[in-house]
Ligand binder design. Structure first.
Ligand code: FES
Length: 115
């Protein structure tokens, strides 16, 4: 019998969890989602999606309530800024990065791997 495995569509990656529809987080916006007990801030930077911890590493501020400007999110509590692509803290008072998570967009589905 011929091997048909190459003709089948790839199996969905079970490590990624559907968290939102693309249309729910327009460009320049942040939405918050909980996956396996982790609060994720989903950021849309000009149509590209990035997922980071929703907790500021300075003093626990909710980053989903901050302002997203290009790829930088500003914490609403004391003004620290993080690069949502890398998680790096680029403006004080935060010095430690926020954790980032891999994102997959499939059609209108946004999926995140929280590991
Ligand atoms: S809690 Fe985010 S800057 Fe202080």
């Amino acid at each position: 019998m011929p091997d048909l495995s190459e003709l089948r569509p790839p199996a969905p990656d079970a490590a990624f969890t559907l968290i939102a529809k693309v249309s729910e987080t327009p460009p320049g916006r942040i939405t918050v989602h909980e996956v396996d007990g982790v609060r994720i801030a989903l950021c849309n930077v000009n149509g590209r999606f990035y997922a980071i911890d929703d907790v500021c590493t300075h003093d626990g501020g909710p980053l989903d309530q901050g302002v997203l400007e290009d790829n930088l999110v500003e914490c609403p509590r004391h003004g620290a800024k993080f690069d949502v692509e890398t998680g790096r803290a680029v403006v004080l008072p935060a010095v430690r990065p926020v954790r980032t998570y891999p994102v997959q967009v499939e059609g209108d589905d946004v999926k995140v791997n929280v590991g």
